[in-house]
Design a protein. Structure first.
Length: 126
């Protein structure tokens, strides 16, 4: 499944811009992402960034994570660990994670949904 289908899935599950506060959910995730992956983190630097783009339903939060050592494999492993330990909903009703990797970058397209909340992400690890 590609990220371009995420907006359709959100609609199918009743998450519509006029009836759901995506901005509040995005704000909560921005704080969590910063605290878990960027602030005083052993793997990613503070050169990393988080961008809210609610007008892009397939990637409402776009995050660029810059590794300290350039070790992409370690960055991917650490991201997975932190996603499942700290960032994802504890009881998701739906979660889709797509990983695309090249020699120097990895891109995660993620849709996560709990019973009452949903968010889409694009994480790029460099």
């Amino acid at each position: 499944m590609t990220a371009s289908a995420f907006s359709e899935i959100l609609v199918e599950h009743g998450f519509l811009p006029y009836s759901y506060d995506f901005a509040a959910t995005a704000l909560g995730f921005q704080h969590e992402i910063f605290n878990v992956l960027i602030y005083d983190d052993p793997v990613f630097t503070t050169d990393s960034s988080i961008h809210e783009q609610l007008y892009t339903p397939d990637a409402m939060l776009r995050c660029e994570l810059v590794t300290r050592t350039g070790d992409l494999t370690a960055g991917i492993a650490y991201f997975y660990q932190q996603w499942f330990k700290e960032l994802r909903y504890s009881t998701p009703v739906l979660q889709i994670i797509n990983l695309n990797q090249t020699a120097d970058t990895a891109t995660f397209e993620i849709l996560t949904m709990s019973q009452h909340n949903a968010m889409t992400f694009l994480f790029t690890i460099k």
